[in-house]
Ligand binder design. Structure first.
Ligand SMILES: NC(=O)c1ccc[n+]([C@@H]2O[C@H](COP(=O)([O-])OP(=O)(O)OC[C@H]3O[C@@H](n4cnc5c(N)ncnc54)[C@H](OP(=O)(O)O)[C@@H]3O)[C@@H](O)[C@H]2O)c1
Length: 316
């Protein structure tokens, strides 16, 4: 099969479109014929070797951990899926990914695809929306009527986080660049903050939760630590990237959690329901054919993605 994979860690030139072996499924897996693969910043981090000393991966490695496609084969122990089902999923990081014509994946993390979405839109969802879900609700304990500050609402994770928090009945304050104000307001934010021209601590009234998505993109800024200043006693602080001194959070009575997103079929099913009800929408920044995976990584590394980047393996 064709795949976009790395044989060595390094720059975008290491991501090659080539032939590789079609995966063989285990008894608890399904083989997905991939129609589209979502692109996330972590794909570029893994390509460049950020996790190479963790023992998580071996080379060659097919990148990409978001997929939408049709079930091509089912393992002998699988009961919940059948050949021909249209599905979407986040694959575990430890395995070969979805920048390929086929993906072998554990059946119990695969969910039927939202009917009203294309394969490309569906592939944009799992990793980013699960991150938002697990940050806001599983760890952040967000409830209807509470106030949440979401940092960086124009990217993949942030754009889902705003919509999920609104759908849950929260009051949502979101930061982004002024040029993305209209997009972010269309997602439903109640208060928009242009983080480049204002200091959020000066303009935000106390919140129950801060969800610090994409703060890694800020580079050296101490947005997560500064966020403690706007959280009520008893509130939550979720970081996706930067670490803080946990003692500072304790002093202020804030529960701090550094999140690492996990595949989870129950969470993805709840997200699917909201997509089907039209309460959450997918905004595609750009679509590239699988053969142009390098261009997709170039776009992701621009750090200017609005919504999501997707690789098309089969045109919708
Ligand atoms: N821990 C986890 O499990 C987990 C899961 C998913 C993602 N993440 C991390 O979370 C981050 C966001 O992911 P994503 O998929 O949303 O990324 P993304 O889609 O690539 O984010 C793009 C956005 O980043 C914003 N941005 C760029 N430079 C910025 C800066 N200096 N300060 C603030 N915002 C800036 C831009 O917004 P403006 O142009 O509006 O400024 C752009 O729209 C990444 O670092 C990713 O690795 C972590």
């Amino acid at each position: 099969m064709k795949a976009a994979l790395i044989e060595n860690y390094g720059d975008i030139g290491q991501l090659i479109y080539t032939d590789t072996q079609t995966p063989v499924i285990a008894a608890n897996q399904v083989l997905i014929k991939v129609h589209a693969a979502g692109v996330n910043p972590v794909d570029c981090y893994i390509r460049s070797g950020l996790f190479k000393d963790t023992g998580t991966h071996s080379l060659p490695l097919t990148l990409g951990w978001d997929t939408a496609g049709t079930v091509e084969q089912v393992g002998e122990a699988v009961t919940g899926h059948k050949v021909g089902d249209q599905v979407f999923a986040m694959a575990p990081f430890a395995t070969n990914g979805s920048y390929a014509e086929y993906l072998a994946i554990e059946a119990d993390i695969v969910v039927s695809k939202p009917k009203r979405l294309s394969f490309a839109e569906s592939a944009a969802v799992p990793l980013a929306a699960l991150t938002a879900w697990q940050g806001l609700f599983t760890e952040g304990k967000l409830q209807a009527g509470q106030r949440v500050l979401i940092h960086n609402t124009s990217g993949g994770v942030g754009s889902f986080a705003v919509q999920l928090a609104k759908a849950a009945g929260a009051y949502v304050i979101g930061t982004a660049s002024e040029k993305n104000r209209e997009f972010v307001e269309s997602l439903g934010v109640d208060q928009f903050i242009d983080y480049q021209n204002s200091t959020f601590e000066d303009v935000v009234d106390p919140v129950d939760l801060v969800f610090a998505g994409a703060v890694g993109a800020v580079g050296g800024d101490d947005v997560v630590t500064r966020s403690l200043e706007v959280i009520k006693n008893g509130g939550h602080l979720i970081s996706l990237f930067d670490e803080i001194d946990e003692a500072l959070a304790l002093e202020r009575g804030v529960t701090y959690h550094k999140l690492m997103v996990q595949p989870n079929a129950a969470d993805l099913t709840q997200i699917k329901d909201l997509l089907e009800q039209g309460k959450v929408k997918v905004h595609l920044d750009s679509l590239f054919p699988l053969a142009d995976a390098q261009l997709a990584h170039q776009r992701s590394e621009s750090k200017r993605t609005v919504g999501k980047i997707v690789l098309q393996v089969i045109a919708d």
